[in-house]
Ligand binder design. Sequence first.
Ligand code: PCA
Length: 328
Amino acid sequence: MRLIKELMTCTATVGLLAGLAATPAAAEKWDMPLAYAATNYHSENAADFAKCVGVGTKGALEIVTHPSGSLFKGNEIKRAVQTGQAPIGERLLSAHANENAIFGIDSIPFLATSFDAAEKLSQAATPTLEKILDSQNLVLLYSVPWPPQGLYFKKEVNSVADMKGIKFRSYNTATARMAELAGMLPVQVEAAELSQALATGVAEAFISSGATGYDRKVWEQLTHFYEVDAWLPRNTIFANKDAWNGLDDAKRAAIEVCAKTAAKAGLNRAIAYTDFTLNGLREGGMKVQKAGDQLRADLNKIGETMSDEWLKQAGAEGKAVVDKFKGM
Ligand code: PCA
């Protein structure tokens, strides 16, 4: 018995030493702030990306994800990475369209309304986005779409006239502008705080994917989801340029390989999460339906105004990206 015990202790010690030997002494740790729930597919995808980097660098670079805005809130993440407070992070770039209109390219109403079109638009925009992010001390790694955007209300809505005066939660410049043009009152709220904003009456309606409505269990307050397919915004994953330049070639190569895998896996997850979450809204008791003709026509008009405004703000650089997309 004693012998067995001794043998077990010995085996455990050898195992522990082997484990220690396999971990290089100078393992580097990167904290990765995320804005959305741990169970959301963006966060799960980022966790897999982190795992992939760990394996690809044989443990020499450990990326630790921090979902739900726990390390930095959504609206703080970009600045945190730019300034090196975090070496890597994920952010909805369209929320920063006030810095550069091109960041809002994925939120132009009715320009790209399917996963296929959204991927093409992203491809068309990537070189320009890389350049702009580079000028902000950021390295673009990959991006992943949200499902098509639809409208959430706590009553039946058949036209834009029905929306007048409603307190509308926005998540970027485009959603705030849409609210204004529809006669609603925009209030910017991060997804992590959405349930609370609805529960306290700070917001009564919003535009988003089925995914965010599902994650935030909005059936507890709201009753109707109208499928509008207005656009498919993206979460972009970027690194601080100094942190990136500080990595050796092998680590950078591992990140690049994992980023490519994560982009593909993220897209597939987004597609799968679309129907799953719309069904989840139904199961929660919400009426999920296509927007009616009048509502659609009214939104198209608002969309035209917003597209014109965007083109004016984004100038020749923006037009070039849109033209490239349209020619794909
Ligand atoms: N969910 C995010 C952005 C787009 C989406 O589908 C949100 O509502 O904050």
